[in-house]
Design a protein around this ligand. Structure first.
Ligand SMILES: Nc1nc2c(ncn2[C@@H]2O[C@H](COP(=O)(O)OP(=O)(O)OP(=O)(O)O)[C@@H](O)[C@H]2O)c(=O)[nH]1
Ligand SMILES: [Mg+2]
Length: 321
């Protein structure tokens, strides 16, 4: 490891924000020449992070459900308990423009002004439907930098739910008032994975609809899971229900450290497969760019003389030879 990186890790350990931002940028790098360094950095971060009693909370829900508004309140709640809070917001729409970054900052205005808070929007890249492996690594960087509570915000799209579930100690669905789970586009896969649900916007005109959503989700969850999944009715605007949710996070964090440890161990094992997915994809993309056989195949697809499936399969067969 070169001296620059060693110094960076040293600064990270002493809690310097700039070092944290720089390390996360490195972890997000897709440059081939950075990958070996990233592997070494992540190994080191993993070792240091494993000694910390942190908590990783994931909030997933449709755009506009109120995730950022809730995180603002949840974050402030834990900062008032004397803890440090990091927020990693994964935004699929921000890939090109980093569009809603500003939106997120204004939704988390009070939190982002705190000395004890770190907020990092990351564009989702790659092919994993919203979460990149960099997020898994970035959590550890936040922990090494001394953050106690790490909150991950994701929009539950694509295939990302199992990956998000593998990132966090507690996985929370943020649902909107009104329509049942089908109409809200909440996927079965997500309902199967979450540890609890927040029905937000339990206020004003949407108050009654929130209660209806709670009832519907309760019955869907009991059929699907055969066990009680806690549901919280909240208003991020009026700060209702937030305290109860934070209490339950705090209780779980405090009393379930052994269960959390075991959960993280099996998550870490599953990350081997997630990393393989990502690494393979990256290698294959590279090969695809310069592969003559594939280029010829693509030409034939264009002329309509060969099928696309056929060309794809031939490419893979040749690759694995
Ligand atoms: N009435 C009401 N509005 C809320 C509540 N929470 C959030 N909102 C509003 O809902 C809109 C979306 O809130 P955000 O916190 O940005 O939602 P989000 O889930 O983070 O949205 P994305 O990041 O775009 O996916 C904003 O206009 C908020 O002011 C709530 O509890 N009650
Ligand atoms: Mg948001």
């Amino acid at each position: 490891m070169d001296k620059k990186i060693k110094d960076l890790i040293q600064n990270l350990k002493s809690g310097k924000r700039l070092a944290l931002a720089q390390i996360i940028t490195l972890l997000e790098s897709e440059r081939i020449e950075d990958q070996l360094t990233i592997d070494q950095v992540v190994d080191e971060l993993t070792m240091i992070a494993s000694t910390k009693k942190t908590f990783r909370l994931g909030l997933t829900g449709s755009p506009g459900a109120g995730k950022s508004s809730l995180i603002e309140k949840i974050g402030m709640n834990f900062i008032k308990r004397g803890l440090k809070v990091a927020v990693l917001a994964i935004d699929p729409s921000s890939e090109m423009t980093r569009g809603s970054v500003l939106g997120d900052k204004t939704r988390m205005e009070e939190l982002s002004a705190q000395e004890e808070a770190f907020i990092r929007p990351s564009p989702s890249r790659g092919h994993l439907g919203g979460v990149s492996v960099a997020t898994h690594d970035a959590i550890k960087a936040c922990e090494v930098a001394g953050y106690d509570l790490i909150i991950i915000e994701t929009v539950g799209v694509g295939q990302s739910e199992s990956q998000v579930a593998d990132l966090v100690d507690m996985y929370t669905l943020v649902a909107l008032p009104g329509a049942g789970d089908e109409l809200q586009g909440i996927k079965r896969g997500l309902l199967e994975k979450v540890d609890n649900v927040i029905v937000n916007k339990f206020d004003g005109e949407t108050k009654v609809a929130a209660q209806i959503a709670e009832k519907q989700l309760k019955s869907s969850l009991s059929i699907l899971r055969g066990q009680d999944i806690p549901i919280f009715l909240t208003s991020a605007i009026y700060e209702n229900g937030i305290q109860e949710f934070c209490e339950s996070v705090g209780l779980f964090w405090k009393t379930q450290s052994e269960a959390i440890k075991i959960k993280r161990q099996s998550q870490e094992q599953r990350w081997v497969a997630h990393y393989i997915d990502q690494f393979l994809r990256r290698e294959v993309d590279q090969i695809m760019e310069s592969n003559k056989g594939l280029a010829a195949g693509l030409e034939m697809v264009k002329k309509g003389v060969r099928g696309s499936r056929d060309v794809a399969r031939e490419f893979i067969v040749n690759l694995l030879k």
